[in-house]
Write a protein that binds this ligand. Sequence first.
Ligand code: PGA
Length: 250
Amino acid sequence: MNNRKMVAGNWKMNKTLQEGETLIKELDKLISNPACAVVIGVPFIHLTTACNLLKDNKFIQVAAQNCADKASGAFTGEVSAAMVASTGATYCILGHSERRTYYHETNAILQEKVNLALENNLKVIFCVGETKEEREANKQEQIVKQQLQEGLFHLSAEQFKQIVIAYEPVWAIGTGLTATPEQAQEMHKYIRELVQEKYGDLAASTTILYGGSCNPKTAPELFSKPDIDGGLIGGASLKAEDFSAIINAQ
Ligand code: PGA
């Protein structure tokens, strides 16, 4: 059970290289012997620096926040999964609602990205979640099911072992509106049931993170729920003390 636990940071488009270096050094000092896996999702330009600075820290792993849906070639401005892996990063966050909304990433595109990340030995933190309108129309389960079925459920059981799922209700991201622990638990349980239907016993070892305005105050109660294995943390991952306090809530 305990080995499902994880706290992952998502810096989004924040921090210059120098600011990032400072934050990574602070994290390196603060995070020693955490009770869960720790991942930091940094902008592409920070990947190499982060991996170098953390090479002696066996607790913190490094993630990209995206990768291209093509393997290589004439795709100006894109960064491939192979390039991400070559920095030493071991994870890739995919399907974040900001990527889905602002960069029009569909479940079909995400399926390609997931495949390329796995082919390059990256583990994937795959984000799902409904919008406010979808929740108001009571469609949250239908939406999350479709995102999982179309983005992930083509994988073999062996491949699925490399997947972490992050449930992030879009209405809770960066808004200060955290889902109640009960609302989050209900969805996490539903997600685990869907994984159980598709992959059987693997569901019991699948990490399912909650994301959306998770902070040092809200984390303890969220993390106490049986199907919430940790968090994907945006804003609060930009301050070493807050991120470390959330890790200590595990
Ligand atoms: P937030 O972001 O913690 O700032 O709400 C979470 C996320 O988008 O991953």
